[in-house]
Design a protein around this ligand. Structure first.
Ligand code: UGA
Length: 475
């Protein structure tokens, strides 16, 4: 089927590349001309495992083309809208890019089009889209609007697209349902050449869940908010573990064995970040507010997340006493491993907090250094973890890159001023690090010098505490 994807961000690029991989002819447009030229020249604007390869294969086969929005609108029978919906100052999602695309489709397209919202949007956006496509149409556009939220994790987006648990489709007509089923049939049947695995792991085929557009839109926000809630929940449990001398790893394991709870998203740390959870939780709170539903539960989720950095820094301060002039190695800048994305990354808020206290910060990340520079210009960026640790008083781990598991601990220890590691992701084994002579502190796990009191727990009032991470970045 001739398919267009408008917007070549993480979601748009993955969608375009994977739809081409499963056999569709895809035209992907991007309004940022610099980015578009790079894509046309075969240069990747983002780091995402497998994506470069899938794009290269798709372009070579002639099934994927990059170009202007007008062409995408003219050529595609099904048009996926994958433009950004960044947060506005009040927490609402900014829908101006979506509206712009709707206007362009209404003015340029004639005949039938299936317009699919894949960007994360507030409930009832489909209703507005339908209305505005009709209001601005001047060339006899006949269209259906569908919602098809993405559940792609950065770092495994290609795999998530091709091997999903579910494909959620919100439609208002049988025609739209049929077309979307046709588009996704190779994924539903798992009949495509997989670019990720030589032999795909056997799993149950994805559920193709058909619903109305409002419910589909809500599924997306509710899912991300629920996952964020799980993370904040376990982070509070971790705080409690620190106070009473329990081990959060064991608590999470014990909880996760209950299939009603499940083990996923129970890893405590320095908080959730990225361009999805922080903005989606905020947007969901606003959506509820506008419908006179007080989603106070999610405000707590946000509040707990916002306190993760001050809680973590208090652990460091307790060890280093005076932060001013101390050399601190920051390992990891991306908001999670296998991506170069630093948007709303806890590491950035952590870096700022350390610099504010007068520490000298040397940072290393395998992928995200370039993107972090603008957000943290006063940090010294290093080529490897050892360089960052040279003469350091402490290493702080902010992202659980696998590379940090492969460290030569004896070599590292000799380089450091003081062998202190504060692990914000619980990625290392306390016994192993202690055996190598490090003083190792992590989250919610007992250490020999476990703390008796925690000032960061004293005040969880909304008006107190640090600035929300979300406000640190322009939209
Ligand atoms: C998230 C969702 O997982 C995807 O399903 C969704 O499609 C996507 O947002 C989106 O809306 O586009 P993503 O932001 O890429 O994906 O990353 P996650 O793997 O969900 O992690 C989000 C944050 O939570 C990261 O900062 C991560 O470090 C943190 N996290 C995750 C924890 O602190 N603990 C955990 O147990 C899991």
């Amino acid at each position: 089927m001739k398919t267009s994807v408008i917007g070549a961000g993480y979601v748009g690029l993955t969608t375009a590349a994977c739809l081409a991989q499963i056999g569709h002819a895809v035209f992907c447009s991007e309004s940022d001309t610099d980015k578009l030229s790079k894509l046309q020249a075969g240069i990747m604007p983002v780091f995402e495992p497998h994506l470069e390869n899938v794009i290269a294969l798709a372009r070579k086969s002639g099934r994927l083309t990059f170009g202007a929005t007008e062409e995408a609108i003219e050529g595609g029978q099904a048009i996926f809208i994958c433009v950004g919906t960044p947060p506005l100052g009040n927490g609402d999602a900014d829908l101006s890019a979506i509206e712009g695309v709707a206007r362009a489709i209404a003015k340029k397209a004639s005949g039938y089009r299936l317009v699919i919202e894949k960007s994360t949007v507030p409930v009832q956006t489909g209703v507005q889209l339908r209305k505005h496509l009709s209001v601005h149409s001047n060339r006899g556009l006949d269209c259906d609007v569908a919602s098809n939220p993405e559940f792609l994790r950065e770092g495994s987006a290609v795999e998530d697209f091709l091997h999903p648990d579910r494909i959620v489709v919100g439609v208002e007509s049988g025609r739209a349902a049929k077309l979307l089923q046709e588009i996704y049939q190779p994924i539903i049947n798992q009949t495509f050449a997989c670019p990720v695995h030589s032999r795909c792991p056997s799993r149950t085929p994805p559920r193709f869940l058909l619903t109305d557009t409002n419910s589909s839109e809500l599924i997306k926000h509710a899912s991300n908010s629920f996952l964020a809630m799980k993370i904040s929940f376990i982070n509070m449990v971790a705080n409690l573990c620190e106070m009473v001398g329990a081990d959060v790893t064991k608590v999470a394991e014990g909880m996760g064995l209950d299939p009603r709870i499940g083990p996923a998203f129970l890893n405590p740390g320095i908080g959730f970040g990225g361009f999805c959870f922080p903005k989606d939780v905020q947007a969901f709170i606003r959506i509820a507010e506008k419908s006179a539903c007080d989603f106070g539960l999610l405000r707590e989720v946000e509040k707990i997340n916002q306190h993760r950095i001050s809680h973590f820094v208090s652990k460091v301060r307790e060890e280093l006493w005076v932060m001013r002039g101390k050399k601190i190695a920051l390992w990891g800048l991306a908001f999670k491993p296998n991506t170069d994305d630093v948007r709303f990354a806890p590491s950035i808020a952590l870096g700022r907090s350390l610099l504010d206290e007068g520490a000298l910060v040397s940072a290393y990340d395998p992928q995200a250094t370039e993107k972090a520079r603008a957000a943290l210009p006063d940090v010294h960026y290093c080529a490897d973890p050892y360089e960052a640790a040279q003469n350091a008083d402490a290493i702080l781990i902010a992202t659980e890159w696998e590379e940090f598991q492969q460290i030569d601990w004896d070599r590292l220890k000799k380089l450091m001023e003081r062998p202190l590691i504060v692990d914000g992701r619980n990625m290392l084994d306390p016994a192993d690090l202690t055996a190598h002579g490090f003083h190792y502190i992590s989250i919610g796990r007992p250490t020999a010098l476990s703390r008796k009191s925690d000032p960061a727990n004293d005040d969880l009032q909304p008006s107190a505490g640090p600035k929300p991470i979300l406000q640190d970045f322009p939209a």
